[in-house]
Design a protein around this ligand. Sequence first.
Ligand SMILES: *Cc1c(COP(=O)(O)O)cnc(C)c1O
Length: 470
Amino acid sequence: MEFVERRAHALQALAAEGVFDEDDHPLIGVLDRQAVRDRVRELQDAFDGPGRRLHTVAAKAATLVPVLGWFAEAGMGCEVASPGELAMALEAGFDPSRIVFDSPAKTRTELRRALELGADLNIDNVQELQRIDHLRQDVDRAPTRHAPGIGFRINPQTGAGSIEAMSTASHTSKFGVGLADPGTRDMLLEVYAARPWLNQLHVHSGSQGLALEQIAAGVAAVYELAEEINARLGYRQVDRIDIGGGLPVNFTSEETTPTFRGYRAVLEEAVPGLFDGRYAITTEFGRSLLAKAGTIVARVEYVKHIGGRQVVITHAGAQVATRTAFAPESWPLRVSLHTPGGKPKDVGSAQRGDGSEGAGQEMAGQGVSGLRSDVAGPCCFSGDLLTQDVELPTAEPGDLVAVHDTGAYYFSTPFAYNALPRPEVRGYEVGPADGGVRWEGVRRAQSVEQILAESGGVGGDVDGWAASLD
Ligand SMILES: *Cc1c(COP(=O)(O)O)cnc(C)c1O
């Protein structure tokens, strides 16, 4: 059974369960576990070859402990960039030797912890290196099977992509040391020569909006730097390269492009020496592992007609699709409209009528006689839209809207605007024979009591703390 069919089963199972009949649960995020497993396998197969591989999932793409646990189970590692993400990775079951610690603002406490754990560490700048020099002298390191990978994050300065805010390889990106800046190469050669424990180089040209060739050019620049350092030192001190993540996701159709295999081919072309076994390779993919596996489903509360548009008011808006609401050109999303029972609604009779075959495949803009529509969320600002001016069937209150490809960053990274609750998240598996859906609870929906407690209200234990300030 293919993903689209499994998703249709999941949607109808949610509806049958009555999830959307409850006013306090009009919105949910679901993740297809099989799709995640398939994607991990595809990555592992695509990057197979001689030498060690450490495939990590970028925690920020899904800061949900059970979901990170799926990746631990699949033999992956985890890339983290904050104390919270590190705690999640450890709780999810990743061995510290399979954790990679990034972040441009690591505190001394965070650095000490990473060193004690024996996690891999990508150093952002020279000031951070100086802190590590000091910390290394008095850290009791846990015995690990292999020395952790420690080295600099390099900004190859190979150019920005189409989304400025997501471009980490522009000339002035805040991440890493600028390889093309005067003096950087010599500084790095000196720094590595003086510290035999610097054994790694890192680059992450992300994320979304970059051509594969651009990402590969960054990897090539770092590979050449590794070769230069090793040649200068006369031995292979740098023996691992962390190529980051950043594989873009196609948000405009069901198709999964580009593939990991396609990316490997582009890398082989740009950096032929990378895969010959001399270097261990670490990866840090996030969006490309999860986006296509996830769907947000929200109830339609009202339908209005304003200025010739059908305006579909749902419970999914900027609180779950923050980037889409604020930068819709860069982060378009596909939506489909479903009956209260979860069956896809067709635009016109010219399309599939029975709602079973190809269920869930209806896409905004495909219809022949739909209504020009905006799909809006519950937040109190007018840009709170999931999609704008697309063709949709006639919507009614109680219908469901599915928001596709939202498995990475969307429902796992909520935005607390209007004190809207974090939605419930579930994983699902669909029985191949009977289409039965098995759920796995990932995160409960936030209650109004919890919102009060974390907003300085009752239950937040504010009184004792406030008294301590007197
Ligand atoms: C965000 C991030 C990633 C993951 O990026 P994707 O585009 O989701 O693959 C990997 N590495 C670092 C350092 C990041 O900041």
